[in-house]
Structure formats: structure tokens, C-alpha cells
Design a protein around this ligand. Sequence first.
Ligand SMILES: [Zn+2]
Length: 442
Amino acid sequence: MSGGLSNVNHMDNEHGFPDPELPENLSHLADIPELALAWDHAVASRRETARQFSALLDYRNRCREEAAGRHLFARSAADQAAVRDAGLLLGLGERTATIILNQAAEVREVLPLLWARFQAGAVCLDRLRKVAAATVPIADREDLLAVLDQEVSQLAAAMNPGELKHWLARRIPELDAQLYEQRAARAKEDRYVRIEHLDDGMSFIEALIPTAEAVALQRRLKAVARSMNLPQPADEEQDSRPGGEAAGHPGAAEGDDRTLAQKEADLFSAWLRDGRCYGAPVSAKICVMVSEETLTGQSNEPALGADRSWVLPAADIRKLATDPGAEHEWYAALTRKSTRGADRDILAVVYSGRFAPERLKDAIIFRDGICQAPGCTAPAERCDLDHIVPYDRDGPTSAENLWALCRRHHKMKSHGYLPAPPREPPDAGADRPEPRAEARAA
Ligand SMILES: [Zn+2]
């Protein structure tokens, strides 16, 4: 970084790594002296972490080499001892140390460009680990790993951990749609529910179920829990809540001081216990983006959730699209493949029929996907629609002048701490229109 504010990172130039600049989306922060200094220290600290891990991996390799030729159990014990030593040094348990060292070793071996960025101080250990964890499905595909390495080494530094996780979730299925489709079909066979009883009279429920169902469940829980403050029709039968409270059924509104999380948990168990659906009838709305080729079966490119954080296998979205019990609304979108590979920028969303605010809102959910504040990954479906030019200053209620902002960033913008980014003209590098589906599961 220029500015001569510190000399922290310059000493590392003899290792051949150029000093990483602040990512472009954060470059304005480099003008603030305290933040520029903090960035220099962050770079230096990441470089130190990278050296630390290089040394630990070298040590582990040396222990392995020294035990080579011995019995399998002896070799395994030598490796475990090396990991234990590394764990002691890092202040971590053996289990955690094993996971972290395996991830670092994998990146050093199969993602050399990303490893170089780690050593240069551009990418932190947390991001490195996220990438390593996400590559499991393509672990034996050197060709795909090379493509991913090329892309992720360019992008990882500019994304926060949440953005990176979502990007990986989209990009890895896309690298080989066929492979993903096969893995997704196999993965369904492993579905289960596990109930574990804990202390304090509480239990834990874990379920591995297809994402299409989990998203519908999540949307429905949120929608019903939020609607509970509205007056509810009384159920004829009283039903006690878990915990023995006599406050009536889980949809009770009178004097209800439960948090949203508590309401969701109560609904979840009530629905499972007797199959009745308490609360106002609310449908679960899922916004999904899908190409025409996937719908017609010409392609197995997976569908993408509107917030770009999850993907659905092609077979699942075709099933959802033809489900007679679901209500569908279709939007055609003008898209462009961005340099981020998995990201499809939606430049314009067209909805058929007469203008209705709900459809404009949906269109912006598809276009923005997430809160538009830099680094925020709150889904647009749970955001406010903010007028970029305020309504009382003649800002129109139109797609061009509306953007999704989560409540927190909406407030920040209202106080003048969040400038609106300049929008590209909608026809720049536009791709052909692709249909996008919005499904309302009944
Ligand atoms: Zn936000």
C-alpha cells in the first residue's frame, strides 16, 4: 500500500510477494490513515500465520518421512504425534488441529495459487479453510481444482467469509453439473432425523433433508412466526405448549412475549407432534432462478436461490416446477454471467401482467439477491426496499430507484453513512433473457 504510513509489510518483499492492495470495493478505506495502518498490520499478520502453517506442515511431513517403512500403526502414531505437537503449539485440541492442518495441507498441495495468496498476506486462514472445506465434492478432479484455484485466488480476498461461502456453494456445482446432479441424487439417500436428549430438559433435533424442502420449511416457519402478532382465529381444542405453559396453542397472540426464535421452535414441535398447522395459513414462498434449458431437461445446470446462497439440483427444480400443488409465478430476466463465474447478474427483471407492488418487490428480490450494502449477505427477501433517492425528494417508486437494504444498513443509509453505489446501465454486456421461476409451495 502506498502512503508510507508504515513499513510493516515491506520487509517481506524479499519473498517475492507483492504487497496486497485493499480489495477494489474497499479501496476508499485506504485514504483513512488509521485504516491504512490497520490493513498493513493485517497483511503482516496473515503472512506470519502462513509461515507458521508452512512450518507446521513441514514438521508433519518430516515426521511422516521419518516413520516411512515402519508398520502402518507406527506411521499413524507418528503422524498423530506430529499433529498433537502442532495443536499444543497453536493452543488447539488434537481434533481441531487435525482438521486445520489437513485443510492447510490440501490447499498447499492442490490449490497452489490460493496458497501463494495466503503467503502474500492477501487471504486469511479463515477463507483458506472455507475453500478447503468446500472442495470435498471435487477432491479427485484435478482439472476442476485447477479452475477453482485460478478463480478463487483472484476473488477470495475481496469477499467476506459469508460471501465466499455462498460463492463456493454456487460455483462448485456449476463446475460439473453432471457430477453435482449425481452427487445430489446419492446424497438424498442419506437423509435422516436424529434426536439427542441433552441436559436441562432440552433436546436437539437434527435432520438431513433435501434443500428444496428445508427452504420451504424455513420460509414457512418465519412467515407464520411473524404473523403471530396478528389476531388469530381460536382453535377449538386447547393444546399445551412444550414446557407446560397454559398459554394456549402456539399461535396464541394474547400477551405473547416470546421471541421469534421461540415462536419458531414452538411451531416446529407443534406441527410435528400432531400434524396440525397452527397460525394463520401462510404459504411458503421460494424464489428460485433457473435457466430454460434446465426446465426443458436440455441441461442439468442447477437452480439458484434468489439470495444466491443455495442451489437446487436440476431434478428437484423440475419436480417443483411441475408440482400441481404449487402455485407458480414466472419472471423473465435479462442476465449476464459475471466474472465471478457462478454469479448471474440480473440486469433487468420483467414481469408479465399489470403493475403490482408485490411483483416489483419480487423483481428486486431477484435482481439484488442480498442486502446491497458492501459485504452484507442478508437475503433480499428479508430486507427493506429503500428509495435510493428518497421518496420525499421526488425519488420515484421504480426498480431503478429501489434497492434491498437490511434493517441495519437501511438505518445506516438514513443517517448518511451508506452511499448508493453507481449502477451500470442495464444493457451493458447483456446476455439473452432467461426465465426465472418463483414457486409458491402450497
Ligand atoms: Zn445489510
